[in-house]
Design a protein around this ligand. Structure first.
Ligand code: MEV
Length: 309
């Protein structure tokens, strides 16, 4: 008998890259979902092709970490463009893990979040739990380095620890601009790590992103679009200094800014997507389109991973 699950994409409002070093981050789930269907089979396949450890690394590691043995036919259908910085890989891992873990009864969100984080570590080498925990919990997620109100779970790796909290999602309007350039997260995270390890300057920038994200938490709670927007634009400049923006991202951010409270790249960068906080979504979408980007007017606060009945 086949079973189906689905998981949302996400956008990081503040704190990407710095969160890998234990700084805070804020992310929200978006109404672009990935669906995963699993059926018993005589050989393992993904969308009809033989399952390969190299080409399907997230799926391979998710199956391994779930402890499942035996062939499976998997089919995915995604509204989240892959390599877009919008959490498509995390959605693959969490939706598949939810299916595999729920075979023994219902799954726990924490269990899926831990295992999906392990999958990212195995594939990318370094990661934070922001993408995977947002895909599991949905709605809004605040990652911090100490426990606070609405704690969901704590995830640790080496000397770094992340406290994952639920975060209420205020009524704010965002437009995503996908550059159309697919970027993989691992090399960008590794690049920032090299920069961090070599220079005090990069370490200071990462601290500064952390500080700005803390301010962002207060602004978000107040629903202060002006304040949050300013911090987003500032964050984009800091991420540019860290070397993870691109000419295409900068072009889309500049195009969106005249009609936005703020704009920045989201996710790993190097291509992928930017986001704009605005109350003029049509104008921002048009400005993004005119500069060659693909706009998405998304709703935020979408449900997390679930089994579809
Ligand atoms: C990617 O969506 C976010 C990064 O901070 C990497 C991570 O947190 O694992 C760049």
């Amino acid at each position: 008998m086949s079973q189906t699950s689905s998981a949302p994409g996400k956008m990081i409002l503040l704190g990407e890259h710095a969160v890998v070093f234990g700084q805070p981050a804020i992310a929200v789930a978006v109404n672009l979902r990935l669906r995963c269907r699993m059926e018993p089979a005589t050989s393992s396949t993904l969308n009809g092709a033989p399952l390969s450890e190299i080409s399907h690394s997230y799926v391979h590691h998710a199956i391994r970490l779930s402890g499942h043995e035996g062939p499976l036919a998997l089919t995915t259908a995604s509204e989240i463009p892959s390599g877009s910085g919008l959490g498509s890989s995390a959605a693959v891992s969490t939706s598949l893990l939810a299916l595999l873990l729920s075979r023994r009864g219902s799954f726990s969100g924490e269990d899926v979040a831990r295992k999906a984080f392990e999958v990212e570590l195995a594939v990318q080498g370094r990661a934070s739990p922001v993408d995977t925990s947002t895909s599991v919990h949905g709605r809004g997620v605040l990652i911090d380095n100490a426990p606070g109100e609405n704690l969901l779970w704590r995830i640790q790796k080496d000397s770094r620890e992340w406290y994952v909290h639920h975060c209420d999602v205020p009524r704010l309007t965002f437009v995503i601009g996908f550059t159309g350039i697919r970027a993989s997260t691992g090399p960008l995270v590794a690049k920032v790590k090299r920069y961090h390890d070599r220079t005090v300057f990069a370490r200071d920038i990462i601290q500064e992103i952390g500080q700005l994200t803390r301010e962002g938490i207060t602004r978000l709670r107040r629903g202060d679009a002006v304040g949050l927007g300013e911090l987003m634009t500032k964050d984009h400049r800091l991420l540019t200094i860290l070397g993870v923006s691109s000419p295409e991202l900068d072009r889309l951010v500049s195009a969106a800014l005249p009609d936005s409270y703020g704009a920045k790249l989201t996710g790993a960068g190097g291509g992928g997507s930017m986001i704009a906080l605005t109350d003029r979504p049509k104008q921002v979408s048009e400005a993004i389109r005119l500069k060659g980007g693909i706009p998405y007017e998304v709703a935020i606060g979408e449900d997390g991973v679930r089994i579809e009945h």
